[in-house]
Design a protein around this ligand. Sequence first.
Ligand SMILES: *Cc1c(COP(=O)(O)O)cnc(C)c1O
Length: 391
Amino acid sequence: MAQPIGRHFLQIPGPTNVPEQVLRAMSAPTIDHRGPEFASLTLDLLEAVKPVFGTTGPVVIYPSSGTGAWEAALVNTLSPGDRVLAFETGHFATLWREMAENLGLEVEFVPGDWRHGADPEAAADRLAADREHRIKAVCVVHNETSTGVTSRIAEIRRALDDAGHPALLLVDTISSLGSIDYRHDEWGVDVTISCSQKGLMLPPGLGFNAVSEKALRVSETAGLRRSYWDWKAILEANRRGFFHSTPATNLLYGLREALRLLDEEGLSNVYARHLRHAEATRAAVRAWGLEVLCLDEREHSAALTAVVVPDGHDADKIRELILDSFNMSLGAGLGKLKGTVFRIGHLGHFNDVALAGTLSGVQMGLELAGVPIDQGGVAAALRVLTGKAGA
Ligand SMILES: *Cc1c(COP(=O)(O)O)cnc(C)c1O
């Protein structure tokens, strides 16, 4: 098949577009991971990665996917048969539940409609009812990538505090880190789970656990079996600038460059950029006459937007048509949303013109697919981008 001309638009909510500076940084020769040059890279990186998590504590870096980082968080902090409280926010929360059960944990799963975030009131009720403190951890997906809904972590923290409950708070920031404001220390999160290929603008291959003092203490006696994922050996080796097994050296070069880019733009500007792009995207969706999946104004994701396709149309067929016609990839509906939504990723290495191009591709695709839309969608988004929306 001939390569289409021009740049491919990779507008899935992860993996995201990798900036050229990051690709170039990763193309440097691989070095001895037990030599002095490597130690200085590690020691610099372990500090440089902290601000994006909003922490001053340790961050463990694995050569892994995000799923690996989930497993690491669970096996380092929990014991067989422990109960955890989790929320059915969507596909990723459901997968996390399955993993916890596979590891021998008991999951109290608060049901959800895949259009709202984790409910702080439901959390408060469950925690208050748990007088014997059988719940050992509360697991929340910060940005549910399957639905485009962002949960209010600070309010979940408040529910724990109000109940005087000692459970750990474990948060998946896989598609929010580096795109949506996040504060590990301030929100009293015990383990923040993330990975490289979404807001951090890297290829897949790095997993992260930011770890609180309390989580580190609990890990001393946590009874789930672990070896590769054990924080202890990694943190010990990290002190001297090394890892206990071979790290993903070239991805670490990329991470250093990606963190430099985020720092250069300024994290608050990065978060504001994502909020603007999300607002412009919603303006387009609504002007087309279509529905955004997220139902709570406080919970719209700044990283992606899930769009509900009208009855009688297949979201996957529309995505296929857009890929064939315009060389642009959009996110599929996952799990029970298959065929009924498509997802527009607007996170990572992205700007106003790229968003305008993305939305133009979606608008043309919807028209070609015969979905009845108003043609004013892109124009409405552009008015948000130029600040003329209210004019
Ligand atoms: C992508 C994603 C995952 C899975 O990460 P992998 O790197 O594919 O293992 C988990 N949770 C969320 C919220 C995600 O967006």
